[in-house]
Write a protein that binds this ligand. Sequence first.
Ligand SMILES: NC(=O)C1=CN([C@@H]2O[C@H](COP(=O)(O)OP(=O)(O)OC[C@H]3O[C@@H](n4cnc5c(N)ncnc54)[C@H](O)[C@@H]3O)[C@@H](O)[C@H]2O)C=CC1
Ligand SMILES: CC(C)CC(=O)C(=O)O
Ligand SMILES: [Mg+2]
Length: 365
Amino acid sequence: MKARIVTLPGDGVGPEVTAAAVAVLDAVAAHYDHTFDYEQHLIGGCAIDATGEPLPADALAACKSADAVLLGAVGGPKWSDPSAPVRPEQGLLALRAALGVYANLRPLQVHPALTALSPLKDDKLRNVDVLFVRELTGGAYFGAKTRTVDTATDECKYTVVEVERVVRRAFELARGRRHKVTSVDKANVLETSRLWRSTVQRIAADYPDVKLEHQLVDSMAMLLLTQPASYDVVVTENLFGDILTDEAAALAGSLGLLPSASLGEGARGLYEPIHGSAPDIAGKGVANPVGAILSAAMLLRHSLGLEEEAGAVEAAVEHVLEHGPRSRDIGGDAGTAAIREAVVAALDEHVANSEAFFSGARACG
Ligand SMILES: NC(=O)C1=CN([C@@H]2O[C@H](COP(=O)(O)OP(=O)(O)OC[C@H]3O[C@@H](n4cnc5c(N)ncnc54)[C@H](O)[C@@H]3O)[C@@H](O)[C@H]2O)C=CC1
Ligand SMILES: CC(C)CC(=O)C(=O)O
Ligand SMILES: [Mg+2]
């Protein structure tokens, strides 16, 4: 197949991990005879420096006409002055809104070889397989903001339509998994959460085969650390989902491991690791590219419909996590480039083994 992918490496470690993900996509293209055409654009701090805008018009136009968008991360201390008129994160928020990618899928699995890095003991980590579905284009990140000398406000607003579409997505996804949805809110205090909860209750009636439970976000933050294996699909609003998924990353062993897919109504999606620009390690060549590489796998699956290829990338990552090399955040000393090369080599081997398996099966059959 032929696909057009816009890359937005962004700031900090963004370019380092995006380059690794592109190298893996290139290996997929070579093995499976696909053509991926890339178009790279600016977003975030680097875009502000070059154009004054965190999301230049040409970058947005390219994303809107692409088959998929692969993003690194935005932001960093250089652009963090609270009085700055524009900030890198505004570019990312504007992109998510413009693409209409309201459902942010953030899968959490704990690789058996990495359990020692988790704050939990092995028995609590067995069978942890959670899919967070975070609402991505509403809530406090998008509400009106005000600021005077001594007061600031961030409006948190949700409409029924915004809640309904992401909750339906969560229920649909649960049907392909273990048929359970946990909806997280703060309905004991927040009006937006009361609207969220009543909408979830109404939608649930259309999915009698899916078990629904509600959980308040504060206790959910605790339960995630005490009984993570009891969750299947967790659906929640933008801010809560942002925070809970960084917490979840600690269970996996590092923020550098978790991928995400942001989806709307069509096939086009936005794919990015869940971490930020990691200014403390940027430019050193030590960032863990696994979250970005697994985001590329999600791109293959969700935007290009290439399930076998996505599975091959995931298998290659699994192999590298098990046998090494490992990056510093997960207890190794390998750099970003070494991990990238190891994943590409594991992918080569995976494809070669699959071909041998199928030709063997043909010979036998
Ligand atoms: N999607 C995005 O573009 C996001 C951007 N940000 C921005 O990133 C900047 C830094 O934010 P922080 O709060 O420090 O969060 P962060 O996610 O950038 O880093 C938190 C910690 O995790 C580590 N880490 C993150 N990614 C890693 C990787 N791939 N490999 C190894 N270690 C990794 C970092 O070194 C740091 O110690 C801020 O400007 C923030 O606004 C934050 C979150 C998401
Ligand atoms: C706007 C982003 C910086 C928010 C974030 O942390 C994320 O999406 O993970
Ligand atoms: Mg975040």
